[in-house]
Design a binder for this molecule. Structure first.
Ligand SMILES: [Mn+2]
Length: 288
């Protein structure tokens, strides 16, 4: 069955919308598996599975002014051009007071979005990987360099990376030297998600936060359809806890690295539900 190719319940026109979804089907620098350019389409299709009413929060998505812009045309662009296009589009949304929601595509799209914001914001990244390489495969904008490129724009002290469990030794040493706030899943498993959130919350107090959710932060048992899966991940309830804790501070978010060819639809279903949950949580706590 094929559903309309826009996100379910995104029934608002652009002008009256508070939230604008846009797809960035970019798949150029993935190092292991390809196919994340199919993410936006699959996530949109999956979104039609759900009720408009969210039983958990009491929010009905029908009451929220949500617009789906469609995809940005980034297919033939190099990373630099792609970042500019994504950045320009995000600037336009922010100038019109829209709340940006990007669907990847690979994680390399995120620095383009972040650069559209003032440089005193914070970034919360849920990711299995540190992504702190200066460059990878001769490209400083590779998806393995995302955190590093974000740190070109905002102070690394205003970045928190949660759920990491993979880095090369050099990245790990750089993170410690530069004072990056990160919490790996091995310590999350020991101290519990509530304690993890409490510490992160304390670290990012009072900051406006851009939230980037690399689906590979979730354990491959729940989200196998991703380009670089990494065992010992978070479970979907952990992500909900994060959403609830930070929703009042969020000023934009993305979900990236969904690679539909490597599962039976479960990763796109989870991503679509998470987008709905985040929008609902923000709307619940804001005066939009
Ligand atoms: Mn990752």
């Amino acid at each position: 069955m094929v559903f309309p190719n826009y996100f379910a319940d995104a029934e608002s026109g652009f002008d009256e919308a508070d939230f604008v979804i846009f797809g960035v089907p970019y798949d150029k620098t993935s190092s292991f598996r390809h196919g994340v350019d199919k993410g936006p389409r699959e996530i949109r299709q999956s979104s039609w599975n759900f009720e408009t009413f969210d039983l958990r929060t009491g929010v009905d998505l029908k009451d929220i002014k949500l617009h789906d812009y469609g995809n940005l045309d980034v297919k033939n662009l190099n990373t630099k051009e792609m970042l500019e296009r994504v950045g320009d589009f995000t600037c336009k949304l922010l100038a019109k007071n829209k709340f940006p929601i990007a669907i990847g595509g690979e994680h390399s799209i995120t620095p383009g979005i972040v650069k559209a914001y003032p440089n005193d914001i914070a970034v919360l990244s849920l990711d299995a990987h540190m992504d702190l390489r200066e460059q990878y495969e001769n490209d400083v904008n590779n998806h393995a360099c995302v955190t590093r490129r974000i740190a070109d724009h905002i102070d690394i002290k205003n970045i928190a990376v949660i759920g990491v469990r993979s880095a090369e030794k050099k990245e790990f040493e750089y993170a410690q030297k530069a004072g990056l706030f990160f919490i790996d899943t091995f310590s999350i498993n020991k101290r519990g998600i509530s304690e993890t959130i409490k510490e992160t919350k304390k670290y990012l107090t009072d900051k406006k936060i851009y939230f980037t959710l690399d689906i590979d932060v979730v354990d491959p048992a729940y989200a196998p359809g991703t380009s670089t899966p990494e065992p010992f991940g978070l479970d979907p309830f952990d992500i909900l806890e994060f959403i609830d804790a930070f929703s009042s501070q969020l000023i934009g978010f993305d979900i990236v690295e969904v690679c539909p060819a490597y599962d039976h639809g479960e990763t796109s279903i989870l991503a679509a539900k998470l987008i709905r949950s985040i929008v609902g949580a923000i709307w619940n706590k804001s005066s939009l």
